[in-house]
Design a protein around this ligand. Structure first.
Ligand SMILES: [Zn+2]
Ligand SMILES: [Zn+2]
Length: 156
């Protein structure tokens, strides 16, 4: 049996829509794909959770739906041994795994605190409120008073 690989494929959709997320919401059930494998007696859950999130961008308030991928990796044990780092291990004494709870925990931990429509969102102009992703606004930039005199120099 040494070196034998046994595997249970994972392909499920976990509905977390009841979960309060502040300003965001799950736009679709979380799609979990991966496998639980036994390699030489070590049972590992390895999966990707595809999370579809709907939210208003924290910078420009644009309604956004985006998909985040949360990698999940856990070692499953029947009992915890003393030297095990409990963060990575899941104890399943009755050999039943609460997959929904596990996905929920991993996904909530992985959600970014700032949700942006895109990584380089320019946000809104604090003066006129224009969405700067659509182009620059006409507002004058605040000028350091020590440099203000140089404006006339630039004009010459
Ligand atoms: Zn934005
Ligand atoms: Zn402006």
């Amino acid at each position: 049996m040494n070196g034998a690989v046994d595997s249970i494929p994972l392909d499920t959709a976990e509905d977390l829509s009841a979960e309060p997320l502040g300003g965001a919401a799950f736009a679709a059930p979380v799609r979990l794909r991966g496998a639980i494998t036994n390699q030489a007696g070590i049972v590992t859950l390895c999966a990707d959770a595809a999370v579809s999130l709907g939210f208003d961008c924290d910078r420009c308030a644009a309604p956004t739906v985006t998909t985040l991928h949360v990698p999940m990796r856990h070692t499953l044990l029947r009992a915890l041994s003393n030297d095990a780092d409990w963060e990575d291990y899941i104890v399943v004494p009755d050999l039943r795994l609460d997959l929904t709870a596990l996905v929920r925990e991993d996904v909530l931990l992985a959600l970014p605190t700032k949700l942006l429509c895109r990584d380089d969102c320019r946000g809104l102009c604090p003066a006129c409120g224009k969405n700067l992703n659509d182009g620059p606004c006409g507002c004058k930039k605040e000028i350091d008073p020590r440099l203000e005199g140089l404006l006339s120099l630039l004009d010459e």
